[in-house]
Design a binder for this molecule. Sequence first.
Ligand SMILES: *Cc1c(COP(=O)(O)O)cnc(C)c1O
Length: 394
Amino acid sequence: MNMAEPIDNGVLFPAYSKYPVSLIKGNGSRLWDDQGKEYLDFMSGIAVCNLGHVPLKIKRRIQEQLEQVWHVSNLFHIPNQQKLAQMLTAHSCADLVFFCNSGAEANEAAIKCARRYHQRVLGNGRYEIITFEKSFHGRTMATLTATGQDKVKDGFFPLPEGFAYARYNDIQSVEDRITERTAAIMLELVQGEGGVYAADPEFVTRLSVLCKERGLLLMIDEVQTGMGRTGKLFAYEHYGIEPDIITLAKGLASGFPIGAMMGKKKLRDAFSPGSHASTFGGAPLAAAAGLATLETILEERLCERAEQMGAYALQRLQEQLQSYSIVQSVRGLGLLIGLECREPIAPVIQELLLHGLLVLAAGTHVIRFMPSLYITKEEIDQAVDIVSTVLERR
Ligand SMILES: *Cc1c(COP(=O)(O)O)cnc(C)c1O
């Protein structure tokens, strides 16, 4: 292609600050733009393409489903949706699944489920959800209110009631916020958008005990950490706890939109017919893509792979970059890795892009690496070299 089309034709709301690049083709950990330039992908569309781009097994299953039927309402049984729910519950501590289309919707379902469980099943009228500073839970009115960052709330007042914010990894600050209105505690076990901060094991253990003692639901937002990203199918497995509610989305169907709220069986009666619903949630195409994704992750032992490659990437980044003056720290869990810098990293990310490496920001000072679970040592070495070249000069 010789003449580049004008990239921004001005008819989209400017809700994103976009790079001047159109990625039009992908394969595995590689992407190509419309000028033919190749990129090494260490963001996976924000932890969505955990199996890389255009994974063959998933593509085939979507193609098969395309030939059968695309959409039927949730007023009918959807066999692949049932199978996906069966498999998710067999491989987690949850017993029940509600399907929707995104992370925000999964968390919205969790918030609604917690409130309705307390109000209709237990009859205690509780509604408040405690969340954490620097958390991220989505962009709907309830989930942006749940999010512990002011920037997502700017200009959207009034916000829904019923949220309180505690300090991450500070059990006393959680206890201080529990009242007779508290229904649940919701958190990420690695804060992804907030800066790649992992929860302390001791904090999580005490949180779990606290929830049991006070009759609160423990809700873990695994929208980013789930589906093998951290080296386990779900991040909560690292912590030896059993959440009451787990939410999923991003990597669940390899790029096909889907979300899920999973819960313990005591929550069954929180939703009666008509109390919550989603037109598209878990419809045939999404369910087929989700089922193929989960089967692939399990069959090919991709969680173990993520654990090993994550350890390798962390070690390589630490060895090569720790001594650079701009580098504050390198940390991570599995293939969710953060490189904290001593200065804002937006210009670094731009430069990495010019060098053909796609990474994400997490907050203002952390570069976030989330490659495909199929990433190889060679690709990790290549990425580390590019980061090294760019940071060395700063
Ligand atoms: C991305 C994300 C969400 C929101 O997901 P959407 O699909 O964009 O609505 C919620 N929670 C966490 C932890 C996320 O990373």
